[in-house]
Design a protein around this ligand. Structure first.
Ligand SMILES: C[S@@+](CC[C@H](N)C(=O)[O-])C[C@H]1O[C@@H](n2cnc3c(N)ncnc32)[C@H](O)[C@@H]1O
Length: 279
């Protein structure tokens, strides 16, 4: 299946910008004493840093990175100039388009989208708003706070009647659904879970998905060049898996026919798989 992404307004780095990052910005971020950088971020009242210190890589840091309109100078620098927040916004645009295309091409009259580790549901709301076919969503997350925020955003966009929020561990997906999903979205969660945890989720999800239905996940590369900064300053330990590693994990649970699409900074790939056989 082809996904038309030519018109997406991706963020890119110029060759000079890339050189500056690799020669100056990233070495400073990675190797300046972490206590010094944390002090700077505390002094600058960085909301992105505070969100990560409270919940490393949690939904709130996604909301700040997606939004891009920051009050504090420290955040303007981190969120608008950092490769990772730029790549996150690219991933949001790409995944939103891919999901909207999958909703529109689904043969069912109304499409049931299941979001696992969905946070407030921003990407699913983007996709539902951009697609022309009727759809409803079940959003699963372990954080109740994400849902309070998501429900309010859904009301603002007139989507609240179409979204059902469930506070639960994604691994228990088999026990919580009234209707099987037509499309499963796992963007922004795989990089926080071990192979065993991911396998448990792919197994549970494969059991509730009818054959032919699509699952959407993302890979993660360390091409952003600031992993040491994220670990030492934000306490964020992400797991790097390329597309083939994820495809291997999914294949073991009955998925195949994979399509992988890169966002232009080379940090994320959005991968679409289909349920092709029962476990
Ligand atoms: C980085 S955020 C991504 C949010 C959203 N998917 C996005 O891309 O904007 C990761 C989310 O996964 C949730 N999460 C992590 N482990 C989970 C689990 N085992 N079950 C359900 N949610 C989980 C966190 O609470 C958080 O909201």
């Amino acid at each position: 299946m082809a996904f038309d992404i030519d018109d997406l307004n991706f963020e890119r780095l110029s060759p000079v910008g890339r050189l500056m990052k690799s020669l100056i910005v990233n070495p400073f971020a990675n190797y300046a004493p972490s206590g010094f950088i944390k002090g700077l971020l505390r002094f600058g009242k960085s909301e992105l840093a505070a969100a990560n210190w409270k919940d490393p890589g949690g939904w709130r840091s996604m909301v700040i990175s997606y939004n891009g309109r920051c009050r504090q100078i420290a955040d303007k620098v981190l969120v608008n100039g950092g490769i990772m927040p730029m790549a996150l916004r690219n991933r949001r645009r790409l995944a939103g388009r891919v999901l909207a295309t999958l909703i529109d091409s689904c043969p069912r009259p109304s499409v049931h989208v299941l979001g696992l580790g969905a946070g407030p549901g921003r990407i699913i709301m983007d996709a539902m708003g951009a697609s022309s076919k009727p759809s409803v969503a079940t959003l699963v997350d372990i954080s109740a706070e994400a849902f309070e925020f998501g429900q309010s955003a859904a009301r603002d966009e007139g989507l609240d009647k179409r979204m059902n929020f469930i506070q639960a561990d994604a691994r228990d997906v088999g026990q919580m659904l009234e209707n099987p999903p037509d499309l499963v979205k796992m963007i922004g969660i795989c990089e926080y879970l071990s192979d065993e945890q991911l396998d448990g989720i792919f197994e549970a999800v494969s059991e509730v998905m009818p054959r032919g239905c699509a699952i959407v996940v993302n890979s993660l590369s360390d091409a952003h060049g600031t992993d040491r900064f994220f670990r030492k300053v934000f306490g964020l330990n992400m797991l790097y898996r390329d597309g083939s590693c994820l495809q291997q994990l999914m294949s073991a649970r009955g998925f195949g026919d994979f399509v992988a699409i890169d966002e232009p900074l080379g940090v994320y790939q959005v991968i679409v798989g289909r349920k092709i056989r029962d476990n």
